[in-house]
Write a protein of this length. Structure first.
Length: 186
């Protein structure tokens, strides 16, 4: 579509990518940590469209990305991404979050995949962001979720409402970043 359009085309969300979400997440990381380059982001959960956009972002912004997911949900590093050791995919969620500056997750069951809910919930339960997983990261780790969240599934309420969470700042920043993106393109 973008190839043949005479106006800018924004990928707001597809089954394969969610770049505007991750762009706003990078803005939030910059706001909270004062930098992006060299930050370690640990994405835990389903290898979905957000994961793919994080892989692209990691290669562009000098982010070290560790994806923690079961083999049944493992994403493939897309062709053309220069990951040069900046992207790791691990099955152990605690190893994935070790030394992380940011722990990130998304829903386990995306729209249109509801028939796989029981299977995914079973496979992904060890990847839930809970107190024990947060304790496996840096003491000052920040927790992100692109919302909407299924509390007590991919993230516990204790963590989502706790001192490490920047989930609601992240959601607010998405609104502002999308407005800035539209203004820039107009």
């Amino acid at each position: 579509m973008a190839k043949h359009a005479s106006i800018p085309v924004i990928n707001g969300l597809t089954d394969l990518n969610h770049p505007v979400q991750v762009l706003s997440d990078i803005f939030t990381i910059q706001e909270k940590l004062g930098k992006v380059d060299g930050v370690k982001v640990a994405y835990v959960g389903d290898g979905n469209n957000v994961t793919y956009s994080w892989m692209t972002a990691a290669s562009m912004f000098g982010i070290h990305l560790t994806v923690g997911c079961p083999s049944s949900c493992k994403p493939k590093i897309p062709e053309g991404i220069d990951h040069s050791g900046s992207i790791e995919i691990l099955e152990d969620p605690h190893a994935a979050v070790k030394d992380a500056d940011i722990i990130y997750t998304d829903v386990w069951v995306s729209m249109g995949q509801e028939e796989k809910e029981d299977q995914k919930e079973s496979a992904l339960k060890p990847y839930q962001i809970n107190r024990k997983l947060v304790e496996s990261a840096k003491k000052d780790v920040l927790v992100m979720h692109c919302l909407p969240a299924h509390r007590e599934m991919e993230i516990t309420s204790e963590v989502m409402d706790g001192k490490h969470s920047i989930v609601f700042d992240q959601a607010e920043n998405r609104l502002h970043l999308q407005k800035a993106l539209l203004e820039t393109l107009l």
